[in-house]
Ligand binder design. Structure first.
Ligand SMILES: *Cc1c(COP(=O)(O)O)cnc(C)c1O
Length: 427
């Protein structure tokens, strides 16, 4: 569900007509609905109310400070994957005891900062990382809480780039190594291994993989309890899928109904790390048609947003719905150019000099003309957070709507921004 709907043939975000924003802010820009973000968070919270989990929003899905603050103010914690995200989490006012930190490659300076800030725990991904964190903790004379990320070796039906929980993936440790580490944890004098962590991947639309992974982990926890090792936390990660096209993902309620029976039987404190579920459908990318070009093979709509603004189609072949901001002229397509015939299908592409710079291929769209605005839907997660300056394109502005109010939450970059850190040496 989301709050981008047509009223009178115009696309609205909450109570604001998006085309008005497009004229005001210029394109491309991202626009988010605060209501959608909060509703998604509250839906998950309500679904799991019986076990009162800590819900740590995954910062990498959308790391704008305003969005982090919105969620933190509602009681959310944050799931971070770098020192930069720790910096953001703290700037957004997140209590450090609500921050969990996963990453296969945490650097020493990042670890040191997180220990000094006393985050809730590190999700540890290797034996070497344990040794490093222990050494730094000793150095800082601190006892540090950690959880072990286990790789449950589970198949998920999602794009291979966003699955993370098969034996061959780089994340976490296998159960045998986890057992060895837990049994020998006294060797890590300054660490307390308090829990386990799993994260199966992203855009997972069914409960089955979660159920399989959680049962595996709970069996392991029970087995370790037999060996006298008790754990207090289980972090079940993120990965809940959303609707981009015709998917029928589980709802928060359905998800909770599947996994809660397992979790309720334990006394473990549960942590969730949703990213996409919270923000995915709460944001769109607004762009303007620069040119329409007909070739003997294709019709191209060339827009002013590019893969540098939203890389998901180029990276994962991801599907995003594309809607005109105004449907008033958009009667069912009747392309005027005779050579285009009855073909109403377009490739919607950006200006970047790469053939993978597209937003849609062979997409049926209503009649459109140069200068019209389009909304690329479902762009709230892994949209701006993956944006780059490729082709020396300043990164887009971001705007959030709260009912009928509009707040700019990131200025569009300028050309000065592009070269800010560059130095021409005197040769
Ligand atoms: C990316 C990530 C998430 C969030 O995944 P979504 O699919 O956006 O919910 C959660 N936990 C970890 C460890 C991650 O790396």
């Amino acid at each position: 569900m989301h709050d981008f709907v047509y009223r009178d043939k115009n696309l609205y975000c909450e109570q604001v007509r998006v085309e008005d924003l497009a004229r005001h802010f210029k394109t491309p820009f991202y626009i988010y609905s605060s209501k959608t973000i909060i509703e998604h968070y509250l839906k998950l919270k309500a679904a799991f109310r019986e076990i009162k989990p800590l819900i740590c929003f995954s910062v990498k899905a959308n790391s704008n400070l305003a969005i982090l603050k919105l969620l933190v103010d509602k009681g959310a914690g944050l799931d971070i994957v770098s020192g930069g995200e720790l910096y953001r989490a703290l700037k957004a006012g997140c209590p450090s005891k609500k921050i969990v930190y996963a990453s296969v490659g945490k650097r020493e300076d990042e670890i040191r900062a997180a220990i000094e800030k006393e985050i809730l725990f590190f999700n540890i991904e290797s034996h070497s990382e344990l040794e490093t964190i222990n050494r730094i903790a000793k150095d800082l004379k601190k006892r540090v809480s950690v959880a072990l990320r286990v790789n449950p070796d589970i198949e998920t039906k999602t794009h291979r780039y966003i699955r993370t929980a098969r034996a061959e993936d780089k994340f976490g440790v296998d159960f045998d190594s986890a057992e060895e580490i837990l049994l020998k944890q006294d060797a890590f004098s300054n660490l307390r291994i308090k829990g386990l962590h799993i994260h199966l991947g992203s855009q997972i639309t069914t409960g089955a993989p979660f159920v399989r992974a959680i049962s595996k982990v709970l069996n392991f926890i029970q087995y370790m309890a037999g060996a006298g090792i008790t754990l207090q936390h289980l972090d079940i990660g993120g990965g809940l899928g959303i609707v981009y096209d015709k998917e029928t993902p589980q709802t928060a309620e359905e998800f909770a109904r599947r996994v809660m029976p397992f979790l309720k039987r334990t006394k473990l404190k549960i942590i969730l790390e949703p990213g996409r579920f919270i923000v995915g459908n709460a944001g769109i990318l607004v762009t303007k048609i620069i040119y329409i070009k007909h070739t003997p093979y294709k019709n191209f709509i060339i827009v002013d947003a590019g893969m540098n603004d939203l890389i998901r189609p180029a990276l994962y072949g991801a599907y995003h719905k594309i809607l005109p901001l105004s449907k008033s002229k958009g009667q069912p397509s009747k392309i005027s150019r005779p050579e285009a015939g009855k073909n109403q299908k377009y490739d919607v592409v950006g200006p970047v000099c790469e053939s993978c710079d597209f937003f849609a291929k062979n997409r049926r769209l209503p009649e459109l003309k140069e200068g019209d605005y389009l909304a690329i839907m479902g762009a709230g997660a892994y949209g701006f957070s993956m944006a780059s300056n490729y082709n020396s394109r300043p990164r887009a502005a971001e705007v959030i709507v709260v009912k009928n109010k509009i707040h700019l939450i990131r200025k569009r970059e300028t050309y000065q921004d592009l070269i800010r850190n560059e130095i021409i040496p005197k040769l």
